[in-house]
Write a protein that binds this ligand. Structure first.
Ligand code: NAP
Length: 248
């Protein structure tokens, strides 16, 4: 399938986990793919090499999504390299879990800065090119935690709820220019982020999911593929849950 043929796509946090799944699925579907990483240079280089072996154009950028100036520089460089930007996936994210009683100001600020400010930074920096070409798809990775909250994740939940309000506002502001903005809210997806959890907790989560398994990065990537492609040309301002029915 070539649902993304000739589309230039930028994904933040593509070196591992869900972001890597999105990079792979988009490249398999004909996209030219740029992605960022923060510190995982070797996995990023290996991913680029494997995409190039399969005939895709790909490039990894070391860029901290939480820094506004780096985001502006990144979009400029991406457009120089690829010619235009058609799809932006804001995926980069971190957790710093703790009960509120023990959560430090730094834990709170770092999570908001990385998960929410990053979405503002990258969206703002790619706004002009999107408006000029009168097309674009912005896909922001939130979480079911942003819809329902979670004990020990007040910082993370706030960042992920914030993404939803931001995305809907952007959809309303940019709709008349044919720029779409949607959220994907994954449930429990088995990546390095969830490896930090105890096996007992993980099993409890799996048992509570109607589809009786954790999701894979490719489960999330396939929903992003729909939102990136023209199949979703009349879809904007929406939150698509990819959670095996967890939050129903
Ligand atoms: P992960 O395996 O920990 O990967 C996180 C990715 O984000 C890595 O590529 C990392 O780059 C990048 N990153 C972190 N901080 C960054 C920064 N400041 N600038 C640029 N890149 C940065 O996480 P994941 O599980 O794939 O999660 C991806 C997204 O899905 C996150 O937004 C997360 O909140 C969301 N999500 C995950 C789950 C889940 O169950 N896993 C559920 C709901 C939502 P480096 O490798 O260089 O560090």
């Amino acid at each position: 399938m070539s649902l993304l043929k000739d589309k230039n796509v930028l994904i933040t946090g593509g070196s591992r986990g869900i972001g890597k799944g999105i990079v792979e699925v988009f490249a398999e579907n004909g996209a030219q793919v740029g992605f960022t990483y923060h510190s995982s240079q070797q996995p990023a280089d290996e991913l680029v090499a494997s995409l190039e072996r399969n005939g895709s154009k790909a490039k990894a950028y070391k860029s901290d999504a939480s820094e506004f100036e780096q985001a502006e520089k990144l979009i400029k460089e991406f457009i120089e390299d690829f010619g235009s930007i058609d799809v932006l996936v804001n995926n980069a994210g971190i957790t710093k879990d703790n009960l509120l009683m023990r959560m430090t100001e730094d834990d709170f600020n770092q999570v908001i800065q990385t998960n929410l400010n990053s979405v503002f930074n990258l969206t703002k920096a790619s706004l002009r090119p999107f408006l000029k070409q009168r097309s674009g798809s912005i896909i922001n990775i939130s979480s079911v935690v942003g819809l329902k909250g979670n004990p020990g994740q007040a910082n993370y939940a706030a960042s992920k709820s914030g993404i939803i309000g931001f995305t809907k506002s952007v959809a309303l502001e940019l709709g008349s220019r044919n720029v779409r903005s949607n959220v994907v809210a994954p449930g429990f997806i088995e990546t390095e982020m969830t490896e930090k959890l105890e096996e007992k907790t993980v099993q409890t989560w799996r048992d509570a999911i109607p589809l009786k398994r954790g999701g894979t990065p490719h489960d999330v990537a396939n929903t992003c593929l729909y939102l990136a492609s023209n199949l979703s040309s009349y879809v904007t301002g929406q939150v698509l849950q990819v959670d095996g029915g967890m939050l129903t």
